[in-house]
Design a protein around this ligand. Structure first.
Ligand code: GUN
Length: 295
């Protein structure tokens, strides 16, 4: 029997915790946490994601602000927007939605965000802090949201992860690389596999924990999954269904995984909701840290 990991429910529990802690922060004389989301252009999936992020922030008792810049915006203008948000006392978290249009120097933009407001954990300083953490990850470190959500789901499903072999398929800066660092910090043996890996199916089959984060619809087939493995599917791919309507599928062939995986996250309703909940948690962490610094 394959257990379905309910990411929606786990995200609900995390959001409830954030709501309570936002109330505690404000009751203690702290600020209402403010999240600013910057979107450049009108990438259709990104439009939906940023709307969810700011709405969820509002629903958690925070101030959510969406800054939409036209597709023609250049790097310098995005940098000026980030600089203004860095100075804005009502903003505790800044997220620049990726992907940015090709014209824009994404590395410069991400590097310009105040590391204390970097709720994506993409600033080189925060990336460095994550990769150089020895032993426990500091609780106030701003971690990339999707990997942070993956770790919560894994620890809820499995308890202590120490000694387990985790295979992460995908080497992006958003998911694969930071997740590998978190799994390593949790004492897993970690393999990062990718499109150029030899014997990808064999590598996956050896995993006790298998995370698919490549953005390729149903790349991971049922017989790539070791019996009893815990599978997290990070992919969100829109494909044409048999009825002609589009539908969302993950990077794992979900139906084929039944009976092989010990537990698996569905798409939708698995890792996705955890990403947003972790963003809210990061915004709270950033607001609380600034309140502590400023007294
Ligand atoms: N695009 C896809 N995932 C993410 C994310 O976690 N943060 C940002 N900023 N952009 C993304």
């Amino acid at each position: 029997m394959t257990r379905i990991i309910d990411g929606k429910a786990a995200a609900g529990r995390l959001r409830d915790k954030v709501v309570r802690e936002v109330q505690d922060l404000v009751a203690a004389g702290g600020p209402v946490p403010g999240l600013a989301v910057v979107l450049v252009g009108r990438h259709p999936a990104s439009l939906a994601y940023v709307g969810t992020k700011t709405k969820m922030a509002e629903a958690a008792g925070m101030a959510g602000r969406l800054i939409e810049l036209p597709d023609t915006t250049g790097t310098e203008e995005v940098l000026a927007t980030v600089a203004a948000l860095n100075e804005d006392q009502g903003v505790h978290g800044i997220l620049v939605q990726l992907p940015l249009p090709d014209r824009i120097d994404a590395a410069r933009v991400l590097g310009a965000i105040d590391p204390a407001k970097d709720v994506d954990g993409f600033h080189p300083l925060n990336v460095g802090r994550l990769f150089s953490a020895s032993g426990r990850i500091p609780s106030d470190l701003l971690l990339p949201c999707t990997p942070k959500g993956c770790m919560i789901l894994l620890e809820e499903a499995l308890g202590d992860l120490g000694g387990r072999h985790a295979v992460v398929v995908g080497r992006s800066n958003i998911v694969g690389k930071p997740l590998a660092a978190l799994l390593l910090a949790a004492n897993c043996t970690v393999t990062i596999a990718h499109s150029r890996s030899r014997d990808l199916s064999g590598l996956c089959r050896g995993a006790e924990i298998l995370v698919a984060a490549v953005g390729r619809p149903e790349l991971v087939r049922g017989d790539w999954i070791g019996h009893g493995a815990t599978v997290l599917d990070v992919g969100i791919n829109r494909v044409a269904g048999e009825d002609g309507k589009s539908k969302l599928v993950g990077d794992v062939a979900f139906a084929e995984a039944q009976g092989r995986a010990g537990a698996i996250t569905p798409v939708p309703g698995g890792v996705g909701p955890m990403t947003v909940a972790c963003l809210l948690d990061n915004t709270l962490i950033a607001a609380r840290a600034r309140h502590r610094r400023q007294g």
